[in-house]
Design a protein around this ligand. Sequence first.
Ligand code: GLN
Length: 502
Amino acid sequence: MNLNELTGHEINKLLARKEVSAIEVTEAVLKRIGKMDDRINAYVTVRSEEALREAEEIDKKIQRGEMGSPLMGIPIAIKDNICTRGVKTTCSSKILHNFQPPYDATVVAKLRKAGVIFIGKTNMDEFAMGSSTENSAFGSTHNPWNLNAVPGGSSGGSAAAVAAGETIFALGSDTGGSIRQPAGFCGVTGMKPTYGLVSRYGLVAFASSLDQIGPITRDIRDTAILMNLICGHDPKDSTSLNVPVPDYTQALVNDIKGLKIGIPKEYFGEGIELEVREAIEKAIEALKKLGANVKETSLPHTEYGVAIYYLIATAEASSNLARYDGVRYGYRTKSERRKAKGEMVQMYEDTRREGFGDEVKRRIMLGTYGLSAGYYDAYYLKAQKVRTLVREDFDKAFKDFHCLLTPTSSTPPFRIGEKIDDPLKMYLSDIFTISANLAGLPAISIPCGFTKGGLPIGLQLMAKPLNEEMLLRVAYTFEQNTDHHLRKPVLDADKKIATDDH
Ligand code: GLN
């Protein structure tokens, strides 16, 4: 087994026993990136020299017997909307193509302190708006399981990098599914924590009432270990929850006997592809055999999820993205028109027209429309009211169930280009992940099978706020009794890459 294909906890053991060095692990990951990333395009920035220097320092510490955190010396990839001091943070947008934050996001500062090695920044849909990583100013990311398929989005770079062995684990962000959907599409594990559990300080804001940072990993133990480090109260984020953070590794018990798992019937209607349905049904059978008590339930307001998400998220985005005007940082137009007209406003307009991609412009316009006088009550306010109904559906369901189980997505990974000209179709690909963000719930996607064409299928679990431990327990038990997470894409440079249709 190559070092770059191991999990974080496996590497931790090898490092502690001094059987490998942090440099060797970092080199293995960098070598893999060198070999693969011209085809996968998971990274926007790779920090080869700096990462090796960091690894050298870590090795010295380990030699001195200063092995602190379980994450020490392990390479991580960070989505390019999470601020890293002195390292470009572009949000895969032309408007931030040269932006070097003067500070670290809280999660990055925590990881730095724990001695994690920062390999690089990963590609994404521009400002996290999208479900395929095709909306990037730096080109699409390709799915390691089939290079003609999308890796999902918006954290497609992070998920593809984990799946392709181009990092050990990664951080993504999830506003409507952007950790879970790409994790599902790439056959890895992705968790969106409860809203407020992980600090958003230094996460470039898309829709502030929905955004959360979370881990993308090769197994559940790594998810728990990363959660232990990134969760916790942060006075720099006013929405950060001031609650104790448990040791999530304690939730990794291989036992779900007697747990009640609900299957919301609205998630199994029309539009779900047969192979997805079959994989989920098999997973349900497996969980039943392991002792879970599985029953159908209902979340009646599910059908409004996509509509209200695209009002609330765009409204918040239109406000958050007002700051990109070419004045303080980022891209500024070269156009001379403002001089001719003598107008500052012309500079803003030209900068934004040239700096933002089409999807971002579409969102800003939708959001501005939904918030405008005369439409506010009918759209934005109404959406907020329905959001409450969605949350109440969950409150009710969690009176009867420990967790809920659904597919992560209604389809397997689709082809690059398939939905890019049809925004509505693209928006519908988040139909199963959006509700957890609207209700602020924790949710996880884990691999649960493959299509006949060899593409991964993801299973989603949701629990009540701050019950991440329940998700980890069920996911861990499933993982211990199945082997979907162990399968790896065949992607060696010397082997022929699968390019046929799926
Ligand atoms: N795909 C959804 C969107 O385009 C969700 C994105 C996300 O979670 N950042 O808004």
